[in-house]
Design a binder for this molecule. Structure first.
Ligand SMILES: [Zn+2]
Length: 258
């Protein structure tokens, strides 16, 4: 754990314990409990607000090509058996995407990870095991392990070190930002998502994805379910018909080709 992580963690834990203790000292036990409850509610609220800028922001828009109707398409949870079909669909529409990959799935499907890059797309870090229901509650040590193991696996498979990170279900907590800084990662959220793991209704998914589109908007879809190739196909058809392009973000100047 580097000093930045230690400092941030120490500050948070210190605040969570010192302020209630001070309230007990100055006022009373009930006042101390009230302060502690308020602090915990504030931390939980920050965690559950996916795009909260408190203790680190998550990007909702990618740098757009000036004057062009372009969005940034992101595909989460792969690589899966449908990766080849998705890549063919993207090629057919001359579209590029960022694939946020789960480390243990990448380790099991190395050829597909390399194929994503070979076809000109980007890969991002989506943790090692994708603990969607628990990641928000992890302390710094477990978060760091999830992020680093995925990072090292993707680097080992491709020779590239990802610079983009998306938390499972988007939920982060105050320990996340220092770890991302340490790993050279930027947190990505989304402008629109279709909730395409919760519904199979293509019209409903499309309506959610295409609502209030703007240049640079980050769109989130998934892979791995039988209806997901159809979601991508219908989305690409809609975007093409409306004159939108799917572009990659400008790669950071310090993109690490280690
Ligand atoms: Zn995911």
């Amino acid at each position: 754990m580097n000093s930045l992580t230690v400092r941030s963690t120490a500050c948070l834990l210190g605040l969570a314990h010192l302020l209630p203790a001070a309230a007990v000292w100055v006022w009373s036990w009930p006042a101390g409990l009230a302060v502690m409850a308020a602090l915990h509610a504030a931390l939980l609220g920050t965690t559950l607000r996916v795009h909260s800028t408190f203790l680190g922001s998550a990007r909702r828009e990618a740098p757009a090509v000036r004057g062009e109707k372009s969005v940034c398409l992101t595909i989460d949870d792969g690589p899966c058996a449908d990766t080849g079909e998705l890549l063919d669909l993207l090629d057919a529409h001359q579209a590029k995407a960022v694939f946020f990959l789960i480390g243990e799935r990448a380790a099991a499907r190395p050829d597909e990870v390399r194929e994503i890059l070979r076809r000109g797309h980007l890969i991002g870090n989506h943790t090692w095991t994708h603990p969607a229901g628990r990641f928000w509650s992890y302390g710094p040590r477990r978060q760091r392990r999830e992020i680093l193991q995925c990072q090292e696996t993707l680097h080992g498979l491709t020779g590239r070190t990802p610079t983009l990170f998306r938390a499972p279900a988007g939920f982060r907590n105050p320990f996340n930002a220092p770890i991302l800084r340490e790993c050279g990662l930027e947190a990505w959220g989304w402008w629109n998502r279709g909730f395409d793991t919760r519904t199979r209704s293509i019209p409903l998914i499309l309506r959610r994805l295409t609502r209030r589109l703007k240049p640079g908007a980050i769109l989130l879809i998934h892979q791995g379910h039988p209806h997901h190739p159809k979601v991508l196909r219908r989305l690409l058809e809609w975007l093409t018909a409306e004159g939108w392009h799917c572009r990659l973000p400008e790669e950071p100047a310090d993109y690490a080709d280690v």
